[in-house]
Design a protein around this ligand. Structure first.
Ligand SMILES: [Zn+2]
Ligand SMILES: [Zn+2]
Length: 351
């Protein structure tokens, strides 16, 4: 599977040579639903986990919103499977909702799921979010001097008073002899959008530049100067003439979607320092866990394979949200790590 980002509308360093030293490589992961094994790089797939090692649990506290009942991962899997099946079933009245096509058994299951699961007491088993083999993502490097060749990311599918709770493991696969066959699962989770759909990956390297707010005042000034952009002719959408730095931010700086490395994506807040709690070093972007691969606003980043489906601005193909995750209503969870040591705590940032 190969998935390709269309070329950027123009070479931004030709217009703004001072951006050139700020170029960073990021790897877009391009998740697509599939059946990954423990030997694949994946999102929401099984982890190559040694039998002897305790599975990570989260002790909370878990914040209930007071409205939505909890569901088990299997409840969400059932709903996703049945929804796909229902769409293909014959039906009489096209105005009937999908639920009207349930068999009696399915209706009973749906009713039970709607009633909700008990809110868990005590620690909750974390869910696999992703595992990434270094062989698949050449820019992925463990922090410090580690020889690890596999990164595993788990998360707790509940809201917490502060940031989401995630666990990172760097491993050397050569040291793993027995693989845990049936890892524990949380008895309940908070939202449907907290269960990643199993996806295989099609990593692709791209080049990123910083968010405008992370640039020097001089560069910010240059990016706002429409006369400088006119040298690029029709490659720049003239509707951006009043705010060409927006054109830069949306189309030329940071890619949307799942990725490793690159620059931090900002949107919810202005840029802020991400210093390691242990040693104060500025942490590096490691992994962006995204709710969607691109949006109507960022559709120049939609892969070439999807561009044919973009004839209507209202209908977005399912490849836009392959993982079915919904983090903080459509935002991204970005993990940052201290370059000094894999033992220093990582930083979770929602943007
Ligand atoms: Zn938790
Ligand atoms: Zn540190």
């Amino acid at each position: 599977m190969s998935i390709t980002t269309p070329p950027r509308p123009l070479d931004v360093t030709a217009l703004f040579p001072r951006l050139a030293p700020l170029a960073r490589t990021a790897t877009r992961l391009h998740p697509r639903p599939g059946s990954p094994s423990v030997h694949d790089s994946s999102v929401g797939g099984p982890l190559l986990w040694p039998t002897g090692e305790p599975w990570p649990h989260c002790a909370g506290p878990h914040v209930w919103d007071g409205r939505n009942p909890a569901l088990s991962p299997d409840d969400v899997r059932w709903e996703r499977r049945i929804r796909a099946e229902l769409a293909g079933r014959p039906h009489g009245d096209p105005n009937l909702p999908l639920a009207a096509r349930y068999t009696p058994e399915e209706a009973a299951t749906a009713k039970r799921i709607k009633a909700g699961r008990p809110w868990p007491e005590g620690p909750v088993a974390m869910l696999p979010m992703a595992q990434l083999y270094v062989r698949d993502i050449s820019d992925l490097r463990p922090p410090g001097q580690s020889e690890a060749d596999l990164l595993q990311v788990l998360w707790c599918p509940f809201d917490h008073p502060a940031n989401p709770t995630t666990a990172l493991r760097w491993r050397s696969t050569a040291e793993i002899t027995d693989v845990l066959a049936a890892p524990p699962e949380p008895p309940a989770m908070q939202f449907r959008g907290y269960l990643p759909e199993p996806c295989l990956l099609a990593p692709e390297q791209i080049t990123e530049y910083p968010n405008p707010l992370e640039l020097s005042k001089e560069l910010q000034q240059e990016l706002r100067d429409w006369t400088r952009w006119q040298a690029a002719g029709a490659a720049v959408d003239s509707s951006y003439s009043v705010a060409p730095d927006e054109f830069y931010m949306i189309n030329l700086s940071v890619a949307p979607g799942w990725k490793t490395g690159g620059w931090t994506r900002w949107g919810l807040t202005d840029p802020m320092p991400r210093r390691c709690q242990e040693c104060g070093t500025e942490a590096d972007p490691l992994l962006t866990i995204a709710s969607s691969e691109w949006s109507a606003n960022t559709k120049t980043w939609a892969p070439e394979e999807d561009q044919v489906n973009l004839t209507s601005p209202l209908v977005l193909p399912s490849s836009q949200k392959p993982t079915k995750l919904d983090i903080a209503r459509g935002y991204n969870l970005q993990l940052h790590v201290c370059p000094a040591s894999p033992d220093h705590p990582h930083i979770e940032l929602i943007q």
